[in-house]
Ligand binder design. Structure first.
Ligand code: GUN
Length: 283
């Protein structure tokens, strides 16, 4: 069994982005800029946003944080997005989800200029992903693919099972695996015989949001197990969707939580922001 080191792979990706950012500055005087919008004080969102800002600093981007109170109205948020759409020095706009209940996240996402939608959540970008002709990669799924590539894990012809069908992870994850010729099954809350389907997977991606949901009996001997979960166990300790301790010995490869998929999401975001800056400057 080999542990897939997301920290290591993400560091390599960020190093490449840093190199290209320096070239962009030297050749064209352009510094990519990312606006990070956070509404309210969700502690997990706070951690994610801080990680994203730190990564910007590392690769040499300008990052601007807009921290809005939980009571922010839809109109105020939409106005901010509009302003950011217009700003020349902002190439990427990221509105951290989830938003407080009273806000309509769909309307906010659709208000973002698709060319600045570095999360690839806008319908235009989602459509492009479906067609396989995308500018921006969906951050978490693309991060997973990057890890598979980095460890030379083949997808072609493999049985791939994705647990979870969210717009952010499950659905785009399935598309990326399909683009690389995986035979993909998406499982969800209404799936019958979920454990049996999972136990046939060569590559199993867990994106359910339930602590230690994937148990050893659901994993095939020699499978590759990717854990997208960021959950808390019964003691409040950070854990994934996979019962790591009991599953790991059955796997050929497994991602840990933390230090697996999480850092890869941020690394892809950096790649997307660099690409956004290039596209917006016709490079
Ligand atoms: N919330 C959880 N994951 C993400 C993500 O990748 N992007 C944004 N904007 N919000 C999130």
């Amino acid at each position: 069994m080999q542990i897939i080191d997301g920290k290591k792979v993400s560091a390599l990706v960020k190093e490449e982005v840093k190199k290209q950012t320096l070239e962009l500055k030297e050749q064209y005087g352009i510094t990519p800029g990312l606006a990070v919008v956070i509404v309210g004080d969700d502690p997990a969102s706070r951690v994610y946003v801080n990680n994203k800002k730190k990564a910007c600093e590392l690769v040499g981007f300008k990052s601007e944080e807009f921290s809005l109170p939980a009571e922010t109205t839809q109109e105020e948020l939409l106005n901010l997005v509009k302003t950011l759409n217009e700003k020349k020095d902002i190439n990427g706009i990221l509105v951290q989800l989830p938003l407080p209940e009273h806000l309509d996240d769909k309307a906010v996402i659709e208000a973002i200029n698709p060319l600045k939608d570095v999360d690839a959540f806008h319908a235009v970008n989602v459509g492009k992903i479906m067609l396989g002709e995308y500018d921006f990669m969906p951050c978490t799924p693309a991060g997973v693919m990057e890890m598979l590539h980095s460890y030379n894990i083949p997808v072609n012809g493999k049985n791939c099972v994705v647990i979870g069908r969210s717009n952010i992870v499950g659905k785009p994850m399935a598309m990326l695996l399909l683009h690389e010729n995986g035979t993909v099954t998406i499982c969800h809350s209404c799936t019958q015989n979920l454990a049996e389907i999972c136990s046939k997977a060569d590559i199993l991606v867990a994106a359910v949001g339930k602590p230690k949901f994937v148990t050893a009996d659901m994993v095939k001997e020699g499978a590759v197990v990717i854990d997208v979960g960021m959950d808390r166990d019964e003691n409040g300790k950070l854990c994934g969707d996979v019962d790591f301790e009991n599953v790991k010995d059955k796997c050929s490869y497994i991602t840990p939580v933390p230090g697996g998929v999480g850092p890869m999401t941020v690394a892809t975001l950096m790649k997307n922001t660099l690409k956004a800056a290039k596209i917006q400057n016709n490079l």
